[in-house]
Design a protein around this ligand. Structure first.
Ligand SMILES: [Fe+2]
Ligand SMILES: [Fe+2]
Length: 194
């Protein structure tokens, strides 16, 4: 089953993207082992997280309409994130994945969201630290990922927020929600209590 999945994926992605997927898969399994997440789910989510990235943007938007995925204005404005919700639908439809935890990890791997599961965080971070990734601070993030996944997740969110802000790009509201949840949730709740 896995080898068929790999063959199919290889045909739809560029060689570089396929290699990236294998790298994410590998990192995700290692992180799952360390933090006690399901290794098999981490394997499949890591392998398939970019399974919709081989389609060009127009095709991605068209497929979202076919699958009934609603794209709000902001998501449409940051087109690079569309492959994530679409990827969950493609993983289900074309790769036969029914497990909702795997599908959710694929769905939120790009912009993140509030209150992510351990598997969600593992895929998010694995995507950022796989061996081909090369940005300033990646080594620190790699080291932290294997020590404290929540700390690494916050670092990863910061990396993404700062990267986009510096380029005057939109920061997806789900990324901000993830950030606020990780940093301020308890304080905000407390603040609202009378
Ligand atoms: Fe992606
Ligand atoms: Fe990726």
């Amino acid at each position: 089953m896995v080898s068929r999945m790999k063959d199919k994926l290889k045909k739809t992605l560029s060689e570089k993207r396929y290699k990236h997927s294998l790298g994410v898969c590998d990192e995700a399994v290692k992180l799952a082992r360390i933090f006690g997440a399901d290794e098999e789910k981490a394997y499949i989510a890591g392998l398939l997280h970019d399974c919709a990235k081989g389609y060009d943007t127009d095709k991605q938007i068209e497929l979202c309409a076919e699958y009934g995925i609603e794209l709000d204005k902001i998501t449409l404005a940051c087109k690079a994130v569309i492959h994530a919700p679409l990827g969950a639908a493609v993983a289900k439809d074309k790769y036969g994945i029914d497990d909702e935890e795997i599908l959710e990890a694929i769905r939120c791997h790009t912009v993140a969201k509030e209150n992510m599961s351990l598997l969600d965080k593992i895929i998010y971070i694995a995507d950022m630290i796989e061996p081909m990734r090369d940005f300033s601070g990646v080594d620190k993030l790699r080291k932290t990922a294997y020590e404290d996944i929540d700390k690494a997740f916050i670092m990863g969110l910061k990396q993404s927020i700062v990267f986009n802000a510096e380029k005057n790009k939109i920061i997806h509201p789900d990324t901000i929600s993830a950030w606020d949840y990780m940093l301020g949730d308890t304080k905000i709740e407390r603040g609202h209590k009378t």
